[in-house]
Design a protein around this ligand. Sequence first.
Ligand code: ADE
Ligand code: ZN
Length: 338
Amino acid sequence: MFDAPITPFIAALPKAELHMHLEGSLEPETIMELARRNGVRIPYASATELRAAYDFTDLQSFLDLFYLGLTVLRTGEDFYAMTKAYLDRAAQDNVRHAEVFISPQAHLRRGIAIAPLMDNILQAFDDVVAERGMTGGVIVGIQRQFDEEDALSMLNTLQPWRDRIIGLGTGGPEKGNRPAKFRRAYAKARHDLGWRTTIHAGEEGGADFVCEALDILQVDRIDHGVQAEADPDLMRRLADTGMPLTVCPCSNIMLRVFPTMQAHNIRRLHEAGLCITVNSDDPSYFGGYMNENFAAIQQALGFSDAELWQLARNGFTSAFMAEADRDRHLAELDKITP
Ligand code: ADE
Ligand code: ZN
């Protein structure tokens, strides 16, 4: 689907991935293998059949498969293997820093114990830090289709890992689930837990969702945010404040937010002075990891290497990371001249 050439420049560009759902990195082959091993029923006969179902009409049609696919995860080893596989795959794309969303509510509701889940995911991060010097961590994602009490209960459950979690985010069906629904959860994350915050807003919801996320939740980043373009005042505000948007080009085409990559507004957002980053969202479902996303926008929208370099730089400057790590990554980026 996304087969634009990955140029040597794109391959060599150091990258930060800020918007990726760990459960969205499970490849169909892994889902089928885990289903067999863990005795979980998946209504598809083969990985080929499952992959053929990745023909989405909107966000909800994808979420139905995403929430089905993650039910094959049962043991701590499953969570370790998924995390390590993603980080190793990201490293092939020269991702040097990865912040990944997890969806704890989806697992807690299935009776999965939280300790093996968190400890194994974090162990995989520790291992890639040691092996590769990669940095990153976990952002816990609220599922917005559930009520705020459920989100607050998840935050309590995660209290023992408070210092190992870098942020709070929110995903799930946007329509009908406005950002303000999670006002108390975001206040708790910021004030009590000391976490950074972000939220999916303006993917299928309107520019007003982005405004609400800024005004009421006071987030540090916006995930997607592409619908902001409909509101000129908001566009000016985003540019003036340098508020990062974590844009996911291949995802937006697969979920029909834009009909084609040529019709994507990422170039206009960038040219309007917004802080735009490039990300893969759910790479196994959307046909592209980081390099494919960079290559797709270069081919369809004519981004120069210098412009791609700037988007990669935005990833590092927008990351929730220690300043010493940021300086180290930016120094590596400076060695690559467009
Ligand atoms: N969960 C996983 N991917 C998502 C997306 N693109 N939007 C909302 N929720 C998600
Ligand atoms: Zn997402």
